[in-house]
Design a protein around this ligand. Structure first.
Ligand code: SF4
Length: 463
């Protein structure tokens, strides 16, 4: 299995960036002497011929969308090459393993996947039948593998050029963007988060020299901006600061973005000017909702007042805050949804949003910590195994109808590259209509004035 093509690694979707979860695994396997072939189907074709040659197919499923696409791909692999061993790896692989193992895949690895996957390939090569630690199969159940990985510098030579991926847009200019991770897992346990059932509050820091080497390799291939895709860049703030300062010393014109939770932004606010000086273009934060009841239910660790304070703090420092939202949960109301829209409109913050976030509906994968909530029987329905989520209904049926309307609207807006401000007010019109009120999009747009293009990545990100 050591020859090129016999091990096939596939990524289907990684939020528009060059797939880190291929690069990281390629490093581990190549060091062990394997010569895997890697294909990113988000930008490249995968031929039947390549599938036919594979004896082992690893499919990366770090998020819900990747899992949906990965399942279709696994079915294609199965029909073309029934003898290939198909393994899903990544955050969503294990949450859905029981269902997927029935016919679609042979193995699933969650958490720190590199080492178990390497051991699985070695065992298959030697014809061993015994269970491999960290590998979930039809014969053996397994928890996520949450042990420190011997990190290696990701190997990217085989991956498509950065030109094929999302870019940083700022004003009317576009910059090539790279991606890396300085930590794995998360020390928090927010109830709705898919990281919680896998890492359960644990996280690991990637050695600084490895992160910097990965950045160096991407800058050499043209990256002018780096996204730090850690679940939370400030789980280890000193570690994060050392990395961005070292990056800035070596590449003073390279900018970056990172995801940081509201609680951390408040607690370590004194670090924000250092981030700005090191080239921080924007910070993504999982604001989720402006409704304190919702935030309490999600165990987010922040309040509406905290969110407002963080918007003000970042504005003072000159870093754009881009909130990610989860506005459709059982606890949001039509009134509080409209209040959230009004907040963004009145404070001139519409351009901070990606419209898709106005439509996001809570996903409850198998294993979700939300399933243990005593009051969940009021809104929780059965498991939709094929969609990898439990069904749930909002206590107010108008909210479910509204979510479907907004999802259709923002999908069309994304395809047609519609104006962000206009799309926002069209969403607002739908919300008012759900209440039985009229709302003029044209008047609201005229009051708001012309929109501006704040720094953002050209792929609208969601799970
Ligand atoms: S939502 Fe963010 S802070 Fe909470 S567990 Fe997930 S990654 Fe960590």
């Amino acid at each position: 299995m050591r020859a090129s093509g016999h091990i096939l690694l596939i990524s289907c979707y990684e939020l528009g960036h060059q797939p880190f979860h291929l690069a990281s695994l390629l490093a581990m396997l190549e060091e062990a002497g394997y010569r895997p072939m890697a294909v990113d189907t988000a930008v490249d074709e995968l031929s039947d011929e390549v599938i036919q040659q594979a004896r082992f197919v690893g499919i990366s499923v770090p998020m819900h969308t990747a899992l949906r696409l990965g399942t279709q791909l696994a079915q294609r692999v199965r029909s073309i090459n029934p003898d290939a061993h198909i393994c899903f790896y990544g955050l969503y692989a294990l949450l859905n393993a029981e269902y997927l193992l029935k016919e679609t895949i042979d193995a699933a690895i969650g958490g720190e996947y590199e080492v178990p996957l390497l051991h699985l390939i070695a065992a298959l090569e030697q014809g061993e039948q015994k269970p491999v630690a960290g590998v979930y199969t039809a014969q053996q159940k397994s928890e996520a593998w949450v042990q420190r990985t011997p990190f290696r510098v990701p190997v990217r030579q085989q991956l498509p050029d950065l030109q094929q991926y999302a870019r940083l847009q700022w004003g009317d200019k576009l910059w090539l963007a790279g991606y890396t991770e300085a930590t794995r897992g998360c020390k928090h346990t927010c109830l709705h988060c898919p990281i919680t059932p896998v890492y359960n509050g644990r996280f690991f820091a990637v050695p600084i020299e490895i992160v910097l080497a990965d950045i160096r390799a991407q800058v050499a291939r043209g990256a002018q901006h780096i996204t730090f895709g850690d679940p939370d860049f400030w789980n280890g703030p000193t570690h994060a600061l050392r990395i961005v300062q070292a990056m800035h010393r070596e590449f003073p014109t390279v900018t970056f973005d990172a995801t940081i939770k509201i609680e951390h932004l408040l607690k370590h606010r004194h670090l924000l000017p250092i981030m700005k000086d090191a080239g921080c273009a924007f910070i993504v934060s999982a604001v989720e909702s402006l409704n304190d009841t919702v935030l309490r239910h999600l165990d987010k660790g922040h309040t509406q007042a905290d969110i407002i304070e963080v918007f003000d703090l970042l504005a003072e420092v000159g870093i754009v805050l881009r909130p990610s939202l989860l506005p459709f949960t059982p606890w949001e109301t039509l009134g509080s949804y409209l209040q959230m829209l009004t907040f963004f409109a009145q404070r001139h913050l519409i351009e901070h949003l990606d419209a898709v976030h106005l439509s996001i509906r809570l996903l409850i994968p198998p294993g979700s910590a939300l399933l243990a909530l005593p009051e969940s029987h009021a809104w929780l329905d059965d498991l939709d195994a094929a969609a990898y989520t439990y069904r749930w209904h909002h206590p107010d049926p108008r909210m479910d109808r509204l979510q479907a309307q907004i999802a259709a609207l923002v999908e069309t807006a994304e395809q047609t590259k519609a104006d962000t401000v206009e799309t926002f007010f069209q969403v607002m019109a739908l919300a008012y209509a759900a209440l039985g009120h009229d709302f003029s999009v044209a008047d609201a747009q005229a009051d708001y004035g012309p929109g501006k293009v704040l720094p953002h990545l050209t792929e609208s990100w969601f799970c």
